[in-house]
Design a protein around this ligand. Sequence first.
Ligand code: GTP
Length: 336
Amino acid sequence: MSVDRKKLGALLKWYIQEVGKDLIAVIVVNREGLVIDAITGGSDKSVDEEIVGGVSALVEPVLTRITKEFSSGAFGTGTFDTEDYRLIFCEAGPEAVFVTVLDAVAMVDPVFPYAYLTAEKIARIFDGRTVSPVIPKIITQSSGTIERKKGALQKIKVQSGEYAYKLILGGDGGVGKTSMVHRFVEDAFQTDYKSTIGTSIMKKECEFEGLSSKVRFVIWDLAGQSQFKRVRQTYVENAEAGIVVYDVTRKDTFDNIDIWHKEIKEASPTISLVLVGNKIDLVDDRNVTTEEGQALAQKLGLTYIETSAKDGTNIQDAFKMLALQMIKRFVVTEEV
Ligand code: GTP
Protein backbone atom coordinates (compact mmCIF):
# COMPACT_ATOMS: atom_id res chain seq x y z
CA MET A 1 0.00 0.00 0.00
CA SER A 2 1.48 3.33 -0.99
CA VAL A 3 0.15 6.36 0.82
CA ASP A 4 0.62 9.85 -0.59
CA ARG A 5 2.72 11.09 2.33
CA LYS A 6 3.01 14.61 1.02
CA LYS A 7 -0.73 15.01 0.81
CA LEU A 8 -1.25 13.45 4.22
CA GLY A 9 1.31 15.84 5.72
CA ALA A 10 -0.33 18.85 4.05
CA LEU A 11 -3.75 17.79 5.30
CA LEU A 12 -2.55 17.34 8.88
CA LYS A 13 -0.85 20.74 8.82
CA TRP A 14 -4.08 22.32 7.65
CA TYR A 15 -6.02 20.56 10.39
CA ILE A 16 -3.61 21.79 13.05
CA GLN A 17 -3.95 25.32 11.78
CA GLU A 18 -7.76 25.23 11.91
CA VAL A 19 -8.07 23.56 15.32
CA GLY A 20 -5.69 26.12 16.81
CA LYS A 21 -3.98 26.56 20.11
CA ASP A 22 -5.58 23.71 22.07
CA LEU A 23 -4.09 21.13 19.74
CA ILE A 24 -1.06 19.31 21.03
CA ALA A 25 -0.55 16.65 18.38
CA VAL A 26 -2.23 14.63 15.65
CA ILE A 27 -1.33 11.03 15.02
CA VAL A 28 -2.38 8.70 12.25
CA VAL A 29 -2.04 5.09 13.32
CA ASN A 30 -2.85 1.84 11.62
CA ARG A 31 -5.05 -0.80 13.22
CA GLU A 32 -2.08 -2.37 14.93
CA GLY A 33 -1.28 0.92 16.61
CA LEU A 34 1.74 1.65 14.44
CA VAL A 35 2.31 5.37 13.88
CA ILE A 36 2.06 6.27 10.21
CA ASP A 37 2.35 10.01 10.60
CA ALA A 38 2.44 12.46 13.46
CA ILE A 39 2.68 16.21 13.81
CA THR A 40 2.76 18.34 16.91
CA GLY A 41 0.95 21.68 17.19
CA GLY A 42 2.05 24.90 18.78
CA SER A 43 4.53 27.45 17.57
CA ASP A 44 7.38 24.98 17.29
CA LYS A 45 6.71 23.54 13.87
CA SER A 46 9.13 20.66 14.16
CA VAL A 47 7.78 17.31 15.28
CA ASP A 48 8.41 16.94 18.95
CA GLU A 49 9.48 13.32 19.24
CA GLU A 50 9.02 13.32 22.98
CA ILE A 51 5.40 14.40 22.82
CA VAL A 52 4.63 11.97 20.01
CA GLY A 53 6.33 9.14 21.86
CA GLY A 54 4.50 9.91 25.10
CA VAL A 55 1.17 10.28 23.39
CA SER A 56 1.65 7.12 21.33
CA ALA A 57 2.10 5.21 24.56
CA LEU A 58 -1.14 6.72 25.84
CA VAL A 59 -3.00 5.96 22.66
CA GLU A 60 -1.97 2.34 22.44
CA PRO A 61 -4.16 0.81 25.17
CA VAL A 62 -7.19 2.81 24.01
CA LEU A 63 -6.60 1.66 20.44
CA THR A 64 -6.38 -1.91 21.60
CA ARG A 65 -9.75 -1.52 23.24
CA ILE A 66 -11.27 0.09 20.18
CA THR A 67 -10.09 -2.65 17.87
CA LYS A 68 -11.02 -5.39 20.30
CA GLU A 69 -14.46 -4.21 21.24
CA PHE A 70 -15.58 -3.05 17.87
CA SER A 71 -15.07 -4.84 14.62
CA SER A 72 -13.15 -2.85 12.06
CA GLY A 73 -15.13 0.03 10.61
CA ALA A 74 -17.81 0.04 13.27
CA PHE A 75 -16.36 2.19 16.00
CA GLY A 76 -16.75 5.58 14.38
CA THR A 77 -15.61 8.22 16.81
CA GLY A 78 -14.78 8.35 20.47
CA THR A 79 -13.08 10.41 23.11
CA PHE A 80 -10.77 9.48 25.92
CA ASP A 81 -9.57 11.82 28.65
CA THR A 82 -6.37 11.45 30.62
CA GLU A 83 -4.81 13.58 33.33
CA ASP A 84 -3.04 15.81 30.82
CA TYR A 85 -4.88 15.34 27.56
CA ARG A 86 -8.19 14.95 25.78
CA LEU A 87 -8.00 12.47 22.94
CA ILE A 88 -10.34 12.11 19.97
CA PHE A 89 -10.30 8.88 17.98
CA CYS A 90 -11.82 8.89 14.52
CA GLU A 91 -11.85 5.90 12.22
CA ALA A 92 -10.35 6.88 8.90
CA GLY A 93 -11.47 4.04 6.67
CA PRO A 94 -10.54 0.39 7.18
CA GLU A 95 -6.81 1.05 7.45
CA ALA A 96 -6.30 3.88 9.86
CA VAL A 97 -7.38 5.65 13.00
CA PHE A 98 -6.94 9.40 13.27
CA VAL A 99 -6.05 10.59 16.77
CA THR A 100 -6.27 14.20 17.91
CA VAL A 101 -4.56 15.16 21.13
CA LEU A 102 -5.91 18.26 22.82
CA ASP A 103 -4.98 20.13 25.94
CA ALA A 104 -6.79 18.96 29.10
CA VAL A 105 -8.75 22.21 29.28
CA ALA A 106 -9.88 22.16 25.63
CA MET A 107 -13.48 21.80 24.52
CA VAL A 108 -13.93 18.76 22.34
CA ASP A 109 -17.19 19.71 20.61
CA PRO A 110 -15.87 22.43 18.30
CA VAL A 111 -13.10 20.13 17.10
CA PHE A 112 -15.39 17.33 15.92
CA PRO A 113 -16.46 18.78 12.59
CA TYR A 114 -12.80 19.23 11.66
CA ALA A 115 -11.89 15.76 12.91
CA TYR A 116 -14.64 14.03 10.88
CA LEU A 117 -13.77 15.90 7.75
CA THR A 118 -10.08 15.18 8.17
CA ALA A 119 -10.69 11.49 8.92
CA GLU A 120 -12.77 11.30 5.76
CA LYS A 121 -9.96 12.85 3.75
CA ILE A 122 -7.36 10.55 5.31
CA ALA A 123 -9.47 7.55 4.28
CA ARG A 124 -9.51 8.89 0.74
CA ILE A 125 -5.74 9.35 0.73
CA PHE A 126 -5.35 5.74 1.87
CA ASP A 127 -7.68 4.55 -0.90
CA GLY A 128 -5.73 6.51 -3.48
CA ARG A 129 -8.80 8.60 -4.33
CA THR A 130 -8.52 12.29 -5.20
CA VAL A 131 -8.78 14.63 -2.26
CA SER A 132 -8.10 18.26 -1.54
CA PRO A 133 -5.97 18.82 1.59
CA VAL A 134 -7.87 22.01 2.34
CA ILE A 135 -9.90 22.15 5.55
CA PRO A 136 -12.32 25.07 5.42
CA LYS A 137 -12.98 27.21 8.45
CA ILE A 138 -16.05 25.82 10.15
CA ILE A 139 -18.06 28.25 12.20
CA THR A 140 -20.44 26.68 14.69
CA GLN A 141 -21.65 27.62 18.12
CA SER A 142 -19.68 25.82 20.82
CA SER A 143 -22.08 23.65 22.74
CA GLY A 144 -19.83 21.81 25.17
CA THR A 145 -22.04 18.70 25.35
CA ILE A 146 -19.13 16.29 25.64
CA GLU A 147 -18.01 16.24 29.23
CA ARG A 148 -14.56 15.47 30.44
CA LYS A 149 -14.50 12.00 32.00
CA LYS A 150 -11.05 10.89 33.02
CA GLY A 151 -10.16 7.33 32.08
CA ALA A 152 -13.43 6.65 30.27
CA LEU A 153 -13.81 5.80 26.63
CA GLN A 154 -16.85 7.64 25.31
CA LYS A 155 -18.36 6.76 22.00
CA ILE A 156 -19.86 9.61 20.02
CA LYS A 157 -23.19 9.04 18.35
CA VAL A 158 -25.56 11.22 16.42
CA GLN A 159 -29.16 11.10 17.43
CA SER A 160 -30.72 11.89 14.11
CA GLY A 161 -32.19 8.48 13.32
CA GLU A 162 -34.15 8.22 10.12
CA TYR A 163 -34.87 11.87 9.96
CA ALA A 164 -34.07 13.82 6.81
CA TYR A 165 -33.23 17.51 6.90
CA LYS A 166 -34.78 19.96 4.52
CA LEU A 167 -31.99 21.74 2.68
CA ILE A 168 -32.54 24.84 0.59
CA LEU A 169 -30.31 26.90 -1.68
CA GLY A 170 -30.31 30.67 -1.85
CA GLY A 171 -28.55 33.12 -4.12
CA ASP A 172 -29.15 35.09 -7.32
CA GLY A 173 -30.11 33.52 -10.63
CA GLY A 174 -27.31 31.82 -12.54
CA VAL A 175 -24.80 31.56 -9.67
CA GLY A 176 -24.76 27.77 -10.00
CA LYS A 177 -27.20 26.46 -7.38
CA THR A 178 -28.78 23.81 -9.61
CA SER A 179 -25.35 22.84 -10.94
CA MET A 180 -24.06 22.34 -7.39
CA VAL A 181 -26.98 20.09 -6.54
CA HIS A 182 -26.49 18.06 -9.72
CA ARG A 183 -22.80 17.71 -9.06
CA PHE A 184 -23.50 16.62 -5.50
CA VAL A 185 -26.38 14.25 -6.21
CA GLU A 186 -25.38 12.78 -9.57
CA ASP A 187 -21.78 13.91 -9.97
CA ALA A 188 -22.69 15.50 -13.30
CA PHE A 189 -22.52 18.98 -14.81
CA GLN A 190 -24.79 20.45 -17.49
CA THR A 191 -23.65 23.39 -19.56
CA ASP A 192 -26.93 24.49 -21.12
CA TYR A 193 -28.48 27.02 -18.78
CA LYS A 194 -32.17 26.72 -18.12
CA SER A 195 -33.30 28.86 -15.25
CA THR A 196 -34.95 26.90 -12.48
CA ILE A 197 -38.69 27.40 -12.64
CA GLY A 198 -40.50 26.50 -9.47
CA THR A 199 -38.82 23.81 -7.43
CA SER A 200 -37.20 20.45 -7.86
CA ILE A 201 -36.63 18.11 -4.95
CA MET A 202 -33.84 15.57 -4.57
CA LYS A 203 -32.61 13.29 -1.82
CA LYS A 204 -29.06 12.49 -0.87
CA GLU A 205 -27.28 10.99 2.10
CA CYS A 206 -24.04 12.28 3.51
CA GLU A 207 -21.79 9.69 5.07
CA PHE A 208 -18.64 10.13 7.12
CA GLU A 209 -15.89 7.56 7.46
CA GLY A 210 -15.30 8.47 11.07
CA LEU A 211 -18.92 8.28 12.05
CA SER A 212 -21.41 5.46 11.90
CA SER A 213 -24.38 7.80 11.43
CA LYS A 214 -25.57 9.29 8.16
CA VAL A 215 -27.07 12.66 7.51
CA ARG A 216 -29.98 12.66 5.07
CA PHE A 217 -30.83 15.71 3.06
CA VAL A 218 -33.95 16.49 1.11
CA ILE A 219 -32.74 19.20 -1.21
CA TRP A 220 -35.19 21.80 -2.44
CA ASP A 221 -33.83 23.74 -5.37
CA LEU A 222 -35.77 26.95 -5.71
CA ALA A 223 -35.88 29.52 -8.42
CA GLY A 224 -33.42 32.35 -7.87
CA GLN A 225 -35.21 35.04 -9.81
CA SER A 226 -36.76 37.77 -7.75
CA GLN A 227 -40.18 37.50 -9.40
CA PHE A 228 -40.61 34.25 -7.51
CA LYS A 229 -39.99 35.88 -4.19
CA ARG A 230 -43.39 35.10 -2.73
CA VAL A 231 -43.14 31.42 -3.65
CA ARG A 232 -39.64 31.34 -2.22
CA GLN A 233 -40.81 32.39 1.20
CA THR A 234 -42.92 29.26 1.51
CA TYR A 235 -40.05 26.99 0.57
CA VAL A 236 -37.58 28.56 2.95
CA GLU A 237 -39.91 28.01 5.87
CA ASN A 238 -39.06 24.99 8.01
CA ALA A 239 -35.73 24.48 6.30
CA GLU A 240 -33.06 23.19 8.68
CA ALA A 241 -30.07 23.59 6.39
CA GLY A 242 -29.17 25.99 3.64
CA ILE A 243 -26.44 26.99 1.23
CA VAL A 244 -26.20 30.59 0.12
CA VAL A 245 -24.31 30.86 -3.12
CA TYR A 246 -22.73 33.69 -5.09
CA ASP A 247 -20.73 33.68 -8.29
CA VAL A 248 -17.11 34.80 -7.74
CA THR A 249 -17.11 36.40 -11.22
CA ARG A 250 -20.18 38.56 -10.52
CA LYS A 251 -19.79 41.11 -7.76
CA ASP A 252 -23.54 41.90 -7.74
CA THR A 253 -24.34 38.32 -6.68
CA PHE A 254 -21.88 38.74 -3.79
CA ASP A 255 -23.43 42.06 -2.76
CA ASN A 256 -26.85 40.43 -2.65
CA ILE A 257 -25.82 37.74 -0.16
CA ASP A 258 -26.77 40.01 2.74
CA ILE A 259 -30.32 40.18 1.39
CA TRP A 260 -30.51 36.41 0.88
CA HIS A 261 -29.14 35.76 4.32
CA LYS A 262 -31.65 38.10 5.92
CA GLU A 263 -34.58 36.67 4.00
CA ILE A 264 -33.69 33.09 4.87
CA LYS A 265 -32.99 33.82 8.53
CA GLU A 266 -36.30 35.65 8.88
CA ALA A 267 -38.27 32.73 7.47
CA SER A 268 -36.24 30.06 9.27
CA PRO A 269 -34.40 31.52 12.28
CA THR A 270 -32.73 28.30 13.45
CA ILE A 271 -31.41 27.23 10.05
CA SER A 272 -27.76 26.15 9.67
CA LEU A 273 -26.13 27.92 6.74
CA VAL A 274 -22.95 27.71 4.69
CA LEU A 275 -21.69 30.47 2.40
CA VAL A 276 -20.35 29.34 -0.97
CA GLY A 277 -18.37 31.27 -3.59
CA ASN A 278 -18.91 29.24 -6.79
CA LYS A 279 -17.28 29.18 -10.27
CA ILE A 280 -13.69 29.39 -9.03
CA ASP A 281 -12.62 27.56 -12.22
CA LEU A 282 -13.13 30.89 -14.03
CA VAL A 283 -9.85 32.20 -12.63
CA ASP A 284 -9.36 35.07 -15.11
CA ASP A 285 -12.89 36.42 -14.66
CA ARG A 286 -12.78 36.49 -10.91
CA ASN A 287 -14.18 39.65 -9.29
CA VAL A 288 -14.55 38.66 -5.65
CA THR A 289 -11.46 37.59 -3.72
CA THR A 290 -11.23 34.74 -1.22
CA GLU A 291 -10.52 37.29 1.51
CA GLU A 292 -13.72 39.19 0.70
CA GLY A 293 -15.67 35.93 0.87
CA GLN A 294 -14.11 35.04 4.20
CA ALA A 295 -14.76 38.49 5.62
CA LEU A 296 -18.43 38.32 4.66
CA ALA A 297 -18.76 34.83 6.18
CA GLN A 298 -17.15 36.08 9.36
CA LYS A 299 -19.56 38.98 9.52
CA LEU A 300 -22.58 36.72 9.04
CA GLY A 301 -21.18 33.99 11.32
CA LEU A 302 -21.12 31.37 8.56
CA THR A 303 -18.74 28.71 7.35
CA TYR A 304 -17.20 29.67 4.01
CA ILE A 305 -16.08 27.46 1.17
CA GLU A 306 -15.19 28.07 -2.49
CA THR A 307 -16.37 25.64 -5.15
CA SER A 308 -16.61 24.86 -8.82
CA ALA A 309 -19.68 22.89 -9.87
CA LYS A 310 -18.04 22.61 -13.27
CA ASP A 311 -14.97 20.63 -12.22
CA GLY A 312 -16.38 19.42 -8.89
CA THR A 313 -13.90 21.20 -6.60
CA ASN A 314 -15.12 21.22 -2.98
CA ILE A 315 -18.75 20.46 -3.88
CA GLN A 316 -18.89 17.38 -1.66
CA ASP A 317 -17.20 19.33 1.11
CA ALA A 318 -19.72 22.16 0.90
CA PHE A 319 -22.57 19.77 1.61
CA LYS A 320 -20.50 17.95 4.19
CA MET A 321 -19.84 21.20 6.03
CA LEU A 322 -23.54 21.55 6.38
CA ALA A 323 -24.01 17.93 7.41
CA LEU A 324 -21.42 18.49 10.13
CA GLN A 325 -23.35 21.45 11.46
CA MET A 326 -26.47 19.27 11.60
CA ILE A 327 -24.53 16.50 13.34
CA LYS A 328 -23.27 18.90 15.96
CA ARG A 329 -26.79 19.63 17.12
CA PHE A 330 -27.54 16.01 17.84
CA VAL A 331 -24.35 14.65 19.35
CA VAL A 332 -24.70 12.26 22.28
CA THR A 333 -22.06 10.27 24.12
CA GLU A 334 -22.14 6.74 25.44
CA GLU A 335 -19.57 5.38 27.82
CA VAL A 336 -18.19 2.06 26.62
P1 GTP B 1 -31.31 29.78 -11.31
O1 GTP B 1 -32.00 28.50 -11.50
O2 GTP B 1 -31.65 30.79 -12.30
O3 GTP B 1 -31.48 30.31 -9.91
O4 GTP B 1 -29.73 29.50 -11.53
P2 GTP B 1 -28.74 28.59 -10.67
O5 GTP B 1 -28.15 29.36 -9.58
O6 GTP B 1 -29.38 27.32 -10.33
O7 GTP B 1 -27.55 28.35 -11.73
P3 GTP B 1 -27.27 27.09 -12.66
O8 GTP B 1 -26.80 25.95 -11.86
O9 GTP B 1 -28.42 26.86 -13.52
O10 GTP B 1 -26.01 27.62 -13.48
C1 GTP B 1 -26.04 28.78 -14.26
C2 GTP B 1 -24.96 28.73 -15.34
O11 GTP B 1 -23.68 28.76 -14.75
C3 GTP B 1 -24.99 27.45 -16.20
O12 GTP B 1 -24.67 27.79 -17.52
C4 GTP B 1 -23.93 26.59 -15.60
O13 GTP B 1 -23.39 25.70 -16.55
C5 GTP B 1 -22.92 27.62 -15.14
N1 GTP B 1 -22.15 27.18 -13.97
C6 GTP B 1 -22.63 26.72 -12.81
N2 GTP B 1 -21.63 26.43 -11.96
C7 GTP B 1 -20.48 26.72 -12.59
C8 GTP B 1 -19.08 26.63 -12.25
O14 GTP B 1 -18.68 26.22 -11.17
N3 GTP B 1 -18.18 27.04 -13.20
C9 GTP B 1 -18.59 27.49 -14.42
N4 GTP B 1 -17.61 27.84 -15.26
N5 GTP B 1 -19.86 27.58 -14.78
C10 GTP B 1 -20.81 27.21 -13.89
